[in-house]
Design a binder for this molecule. Sequence first.
Ligand SMILES: Cc1cc2nc3c(=O)[nH]c(=O)nc-3n(C[C@H](O)[C@H](O)[C@H](O)COP(=O)(O)O)c2cc1C
Length: 359
Amino acid sequence: MGFGTRLKVTLFGSSHGPEVGVVVDGFPAGVPVREGDIQADLDRRSPVGRRTATKRQEPDRLVLESGVSGGLSTGGAIRAHVANEDVDRSVYERLRWTPRPGHADYPARERYGDSADLSGGGIFSGRMTVGLVIAGALARGVLEPRGIEAVAFTRSIGTIQFDPDLDTPIPSLRENSEQNEIGCPDPATAVQMEAAIGAARREGDSLGGVIECRVSGVPVGLGEPFFDSVESEIAHLAFSIPAVKGVEFGDGFAAASRRGSQHNDPFYWDGDRVRTRTNHSGGILGGLTTGDPVVFRVAVKPTSSIARPQETVDLRTRTRAEIVVGGRHDPCIVPRAVVVVESIARLAIADLGLRGGFR
Ligand SMILES: Cc1cc2nc3c(=O)[nH]c(=O)nc-3n(C[C@H](O)[C@H](O)[C@H](O)COP(=O)(O)O)c2cc1C
């Protein structure tokens, strides 16, 4: 349950246990830690007050336990958690022997046996991302004084897409995407996306989508080739987010059908700085940052827990079974995962920067 080399992140807890949280080791001393800022990121993940989210009431109030004194990090391990305040195990007791298609129930049960606590998805629940959000908010303190800014936003929901220009300033992407609960920087597209999620929910179904993240101000040369390239670090963390099934950098899979003359980013001098005319590479060459914004996208699958009859198996009787998943689920995970993607980008860049490259 841990990741990172200089900034080591360990998640603890589970969906229906007493709490979920994180321990961050290796966090530098003397970095300002503002609880209000961490809480603001947790609020962006919380379902409370969202029309398009689960009806679980999870206010996710931050409890900072150690590693911070007088508003500054001490250099010791930072431990923080939120309590699980809205827990209903009854639905999951019924699902005990009939694994939900598309969820982790079946392989987790085979792996851990009867002792697996799969209520609410257990350690496979989206609730585990609370710890990633807390750690990512802490990493802001390392990045922002260096002028490094990250923003994630909803690029598509189902077949509805908005593709902002690459030169759109990060503050405006942030401001506009925070105006609606979908996290899409274009208000008209956000309305369509919300309607699509509502329609899927009414039909007992769910939707997926794509989240894009852009990180600006990253110095040239961050990354630890061969195996800890910038892509590897970001992808490793991104694939840890439940329901993420694809990651691409820059032009990603589209690059495969282009020519070198179309895909290369020409260099030029801008005063005494080397810049590129385009950013098809997503700000990464040879596993190192180029100084251009790091751009990546993650594909989020449609929520597996849907309110429609689905075929499954009964693990006790070894027969065919049918389930209709009860409980309270997100009809689309994307809007709540936006801040999670932003958080893992900060973590990856902060960890790589502390390993080498921050001057
Ligand atoms: C913020 C967030 C919220 C989620 N909410 C739900 C949910 O309400 N219902 C559900 O079935 N899955 C939800 N998931 C996804 C499951 O945890 C995930 O699909 C499951 O663990 C199987 O893992 P996999 O999809 O990565 O293969 C959520 C994920 C995230 C990141």
